[in-house]
Ligand binder design. Structure first.
Ligand code: SF4
Length: 373
């Protein structure tokens, strides 16, 4: 195998995850291998990254004492502006449909964050210690034998230790009992809470933050934001009243709509809806705790080190077809070409490019194939 640039010789959690799922996909995309990405505007992860930026600014403002909502929304809007400008420059032939999709996502992101800024003060009971921290763990893995071949300005050499680079969303201390927790923001169309214990990134962050601050960190609080804003009830033209059809909304949004339309909230029909919404609570946000002991974290870190070591020791590459994974895989094109004997290298050169340094990855990095040119 050819040597890789020394600055690419680091272990990332998303890379470990890709390696474990499909080595061929990993080989195409990993910073330790070909380091490629589709030559297409990043639609699938775009909104999630922007919302993370807004949330980081929101909690940063808590630390420095600024206007949290203002910081959150203005940071998101500035990020959108800069990001869309960059995409326009990189993809001058982008059609208006694609540009409109970014505008739709921007509106959705702003709506989600405005809603979050109104909701969070009613539930947040902590002091913010760290936000959006990059973590760097030198000598994370030790390699046997000669090590991994890298190249820098002095030539080719071998590394026998490789560091870990990652990030986490936030470390907080609960006001009521003083316990430390990792916060992990997640945006999703549907909130799924099964198997959160298997999420590796927050586990590493918990492990690293406990070491950095020299405090016990109890676990991770997953902070879900549904990719949706509350629906505003519509008025039935014939009756001059709100439609009786059930809608996906909140008590606050429904009450505000009643006030706006100058309808009486004590009207029995509206009262019933309001009582139902109050009983259901806000379904647009959800928090779930996953406690992990130091022992559990050591087990996780051991698994990650084993996978990282394998990744650095020139492993055999083969595909791992799986219906769902292949459907979402951005490297379907070259993979299928490799299977049917056509020129997969040409496809790779033509439709993919070398990953930009510091490209942000948030979440499980699933890309809808429809979003890949
Ligand atoms: S299409 Fe499936 S088998 Fe091929 S690289 Fe992607 S995930 Fe792996």
């Amino acid at each position: 195998m050819n040597p890789i640039p020394i600055e690419q010789a680091e272990i990332h959690i998303t890379d470990i995850s890709r390696f474990k799922k499909c080595r061929l996909r990993w080989h195409f995309s990993s910073n330790l291998r070909l380091n490629m990405e589709p030559d297409a505007p990043p639609r699938a992860l775009w909104l999630g990254i922007g919302v993370h930026e807004g949330l980081a600014a929101y909690y940063d403002a808590y630390k420095v004492g600024g206007d949290m909502t203002d910081m959150c929304l203005s940071t998101f809007e500035e990020w959108v502006k800069a990001s869309v400008e960059e995409i326009r420059l990189e993809y001058p032939s982008l059609d208006s449909e694609r540009l409109d999709a970014f505008t739709e996502d921007e509106d959705l992101g702003l709506g989600m964050l405005e809603h979050y800024c109104a909701w969070a003060p009613t539930v947040d009971d902590f002091e913010v210690i760290d936000t959006e921290q990059s973590i760097s763990i030198p000598n994370f893995i030790h390699l046997e034998g000669k090590g991994m071949k890298v190249i820098d300005e002095y030539g080719v050499r071998f590394l026998t230790t490789i560091g870990y680079k990652g990030r986490g969303d936030m470390l907080v201390r609960a006001k009521h009992d003083g316990q430390y927790w990792i916060y992990e923001h997640k945006t999703a169309r549907v909130i799924e809470t099964e198997r959160l214990i298997l999420e590796e990134q927050p586990g590493v962050y918990q492990w690293a933050m406990a070491k950095k601050h020299d405090v016990p960190v109890v676990g991770t609080r997953f902070n879900f934001l549904r990719k949706k804003v509350p629906t505003v009830p519509s008025i039935v033209k014939s009756g001059g009243r709100f439609s009786a059809i059930a809608i996906d909304t909140t008590y606050e949004a429904y009450m505000a709509a009643l006030v706006d339309a100058e309808f009486d909230p004590m009207d029995p029909t509206y009262l019933e809806v309001l009582e139902g919404l109050k009983a259901k609570g806000n379904t647009f946000f959800y928090r779930e705790d996953v406690v992990r002991s130091q022992k559990e974290l050591e087990v996780l870190i051991g698994f990650l080190k084993s996978a990282g070591r394998e990744m650095c020791m020139n492993p055999v590459i083969y595909p791992a077809p799986d219906f769902m994974a292949c459907k979402m895989c951005p490297f379907q094109g070259p993979c299928i070409a490799m299977h049917d004997g056509s020129d997969w290298k040409y496809i790779l050169q033509d439709r993919y490019r070398i990953r930009k340094p510091d490209a942000e990855v948030v979440g499980p990095e699933l890309q809808d194939t429809a979003s890949v040119l």
